[in-house]
Design a protein around this ligand. Structure first.
Ligand SMILES: Cc1ncc(C[n+]2csc(CCOP(=O)(O)OP(=O)(O)O)c2C)c(N)n1
Length: 197
């Protein structure tokens, strides 16, 4: 509905530079490619499927790792498929979880069909109504510094619906082997010894 102005690759790069101990779950498709384009990282868990589950995976991680900040970066189509997760996260109120939805108003991976957000579905309003500590729609580059400070220091749960251009970006694929991605993430998070137990 609104004119999307932001470049998704730049948004993700800004959020993930100097990422320190941040744990990242990337929704399938373009969001995962965006995270990889910003630099493949063992503490990023990119999904190759599980559409609709990114937020719940991030939520579980936030509960398991209460001292670490957790960021879910996903698409509007993926978020719409798992909308109920916002109610659960709002009810549980994890203080270390942020969700950034890169809202291009399209199902990019399957041919750029328009999603519900193109017809006015307001995901930030849904998150706010579910009890998130903060829920914002982000339309301009000047707001990204605020998103970044929320993600790294802002408590939670936080929700940012970032309106981005629908232009396709070049594919930058993460490793594809799910077992490898899981072991690599656990090792980087827990250390080799604990991860093997
Ligand atoms: C259950 C399920 N339904 C459909 C698909 C096919 N699919 C893969 S990615 C995708 C679109 C993702 O759209 P969005 O999350 O908005 O990402 P973006 O537009 O940023 O690529 C679809 C429909 C799937 N992988 N799993």
């Amino acid at each position: 509905m609104s004119e999307a102005k932001l470049d998704r690759r730049q948004v993700v790069r800004s959020l993930l530079e100097r990422r320190a101990e941040l744990l990242v779950v990337a929704g399938l498709g373009s969001s995962a490619w965006d995270c990889t384009a910003a630099g493949d990282h063992p503490l990023t868990f990119p999904l190759w499927g599980a559409m609709g589950s990114a937020c719940m995976i991030g939520f579980g991680l936030a509960l398991a790792q209460p001292r670490r900040r957790v960021l879910v970066i996903t698409g509007d189509g993926e978020m719409l498929m798992g909308l109920g997760s916002l109610a659960t996260i709002g009810a549980q109120g994890p203080h270390n979880l942020s969700i950034v939805v890169l809202d291009n108003e399209r199902y990019g991976e399957t041919g750029m069909q328009r999603t519900h957000t193109a017809y006015g579905a307001d995901l930030a309003a849904v998150a706010a109504a579910c009890g998130f500590a903060r829920a914002e729609t982000v339309r301009s580059a000047v707001q990204i510094a605020g998103v970044r400070s929320g993600v790294y220091r802002g408590g939670g749960p936080l929700f940012y619906q970032v309106k981005v251009k629908a232009d396709p970006a070049p594919l930058v694929l993460p490793p594809r082997d799910g077992a490898h991605l899981k072991h690599r993430f656990r090792e980087a998070l827990l250390g080799a010894k604990a991860a093997a137990e």
